[in-house]
Design a protein. Sequence first.
Length: 256
Amino acid sequence: MLKPTRRTSLPEVVINELMDAIRDGTYSPGDRLPSEQELMGILGVGRSSIREAIRVLVVLGVVDTKPGRGAIVLPLPSLPSLNKGAELALHLHRSAMLDLLEMREAIEGQAALLAAARATPADLAELDRCMQLVEERVVGGRNYFKANLSFHLAVAKASRNAYIIEGVQQLLTQLRSFHERLMTEDAAMRDRDVAEHRAIVEGIRRRDGEQARAAAIAHMVSSAEAARGFATPTAPKGTGLIRAVATPSGGLCRRG
Ligand SMILES: [Zn+2]
């Protein structure tokens, strides 16, 4: 049976509910899943989460969609294997990572801009220390997740804005395991991180707010390229946008 989910409107929750319902026979091969509208009502989540979930299920070969007919459950042999399950987790984490980086682009661009205007000599010294720690750990081939967090937090602290500091702290601790995998398995990204951190610090030290902001934004875009390409060598590159495809908007203020 499908049942209302927690109020987290995540595609992942919807996927789990639908997979459970297919596994327990609520929907058999050949059955049509409830419409988007119906699923929104049953599961209590927004349209964009339903659409993202259905897209993933299509990719995994669990359902097929036909215009005007909705999503049809495919025969059992097409159900995802364990390997597909890992792919699904990767897809969800990658998608969340890109959303996270879009948010970080906004907040850390602003942090760098303000830091260039407000950083004290002590802030600059702290930035240097944190930057060097990241470099040492990268050179030593060690995990630099925490050192990276400290560096980004040091930029935020130099902005002297308590909400920015709190925001960066919150955002940087998300999706740790996926981020660590990227840092461990993508050697090119490690080197880029070092160079890009230098560019951010350079902008702040020269009191050039626009340069600092541009460097911070470039760092997020480059991280997104790494995330998008992670384990999918055919992923499109070089769009300059963190996420090339816009999620269809459900609209918070729709009439009716
Ligand atoms: Zn970084």
